[in-house]
Design a protein around this ligand. Structure first.
Ligand code: NCD
Length: 359
């Protein structure tokens, strides 16, 4: 069953095809108004959400389909101790496609391995958020007219910000991408993104703690919220929470065409005064998310009709290591067991959360 767990599950051709579908939906919404008639999307949200859940629901309604689901773990059987695997099996009896958000890294993969319908990862802990990346790609394309040869500044919480991890994986595959990584030392990118993606692919990037000095070079400035709920030490959050605030005076030295993106919600990292600047694209970005989720639902439901192609054989190591990421789904759902894959860089990584294995 074709699911979307990681943005790398989609090829560049498929990403470009979905952007083309989204642009066609924008121009001809009536063509798509009944294409999902009789189909049901289940939205399983174990973690708060406004944009992602509601844009998924709006997307399914605008395709003529139905929506069922829950918006907090407390109103599902997770509150009684049901596992993600069992929840996925049960929901497969009632719906045609699942969009799931969960606070644990790797939870979406567990759901996909146990569901008999397509699963869309709507955010798994601090790990990935591929459908936000779909919104980001359409936004960059519409704001700047292209996806290649861009210098992209990523600012804020690059450690726990799952949207950043997925966006880097996607943009690395477009020619001429350069990244400027702007974060406090403590919130730099996880090593699995820096080593296995940026360094392994030879993508040019620089790292800095300074926002202002980085702005003049950028085509895209992607601001993020410091992810309070993922900190193990609340004092560290208090120290870092006001690290960056984008204000109109900081934008004065930006390129005239630079687009300011933010997955939202914002806390204080973009001042409200920036909203009036034509380069502020974050509300348009939220709307683009609905169109790309429509394109994604269409694609996965279409693929579900085709005979399944056998999954490629993979060898996992199960006994030599332990996952040391306390936020990994395997830490709470121990019956899952642990699995590690040897990467091209020669590192054993947890298949669920990509953290390097510990002997
Ligand atoms: C993001 C998320 O949930 O990761 N929000 C979203 O989906 N638009 C970003 C965030 O919560 O900071």
């Amino acid at each position: 069953m074709r699911s979307l767990i990681d943005i790398l599950d989609l090829s560049v051709e498929e990403l470009n095809g979905m952007i083309a579908t989204a642009l066609d939906i924008i121009d001809h919404p009536e063509k798509y108004a009944h294409v999902c008639e009789g189909k049901k999307l289940a939205t399983l949200f174990f973690e708060p959400s406004t944009r992602t859940r509601l844009s998924f629901e709006a997307a399914m309604y605008e395709l003529g389909g139905y929506v069922l689901g829950f918006s907090e773990a407390a109103s599902s059987s997770a509150a009684k101790g049901e596992s993600v695997a069992d929840t996925a099996k049960i929901v497969s009896c009632y719906a045609d496609i699942i969009a799931m958000r969960h606070p644990r890294d790797g939870a979406a993969l567990v759901a996909a391995r146990n569901a008999s319908i397509p699963v869309i990862n709507a955010g798994d802990g601090g790990h990935c958020h591929p459908t936000q990346t779909l919104a980001d790609l359409l936004t960059i394309r519409r704001e700047l007219g292209r996806l290649d040869h861009l210098t992209i500044g990523l600012c804020g919480d690059l450690k726990y910000g799952r949207t950043v991890h997925s966006l880097i994986n996607a943009m690395c595959r477009y020619e001429g991408t350069r990244f400027v990584l702007i974060s406090p030392e403590e919130l730099r990118l996880p090593e699995y993104v820096e080593k296995d993606v940026l360094r392994a692919k030879g993508v040019p990037y620089t790292q800095t703690t300074e926002l202002e000095g980085a702005i003049p070079d950028l085509d895209v400035l992607y601001m993020t919220r410091i992810q309070r709920e993922r900190f193990e030490d609340p004092d560290q959050y208090e120290r870092l929470k006001d690290s960056y605030v984008l204000t109109p005076d900081k934008l004065a030295c930006a390129k005239g065409h630079m687009a300011v993106l933010h997955p939202l919600p914002r806390v204080n990292e973009i001042s409200v005064a920036v909203d009036a600047d034509p380069r502020a694209a974050y509300f348009r970005q939220a709307l683009n998310g609905k169109y790309m989720r429509m394109a994604l639902i269409l694609k996965l439901l279409d693929e579900a009709k085709k005979p399944a192609s056998p999954a490629p054989e993979e060898t996992f190591v199960t006994d030599r290591f332990r996952c040391r990421n306390p936020r990994c789904i395997t830490c709470v759902e121990q019956e899952l067991g642990q699995q590690f894959r040897l990467t091209a860089e020669g590192i054993y990584r947890c298949v669920y959360c990509e953290t390097a294995a510990e002997e």
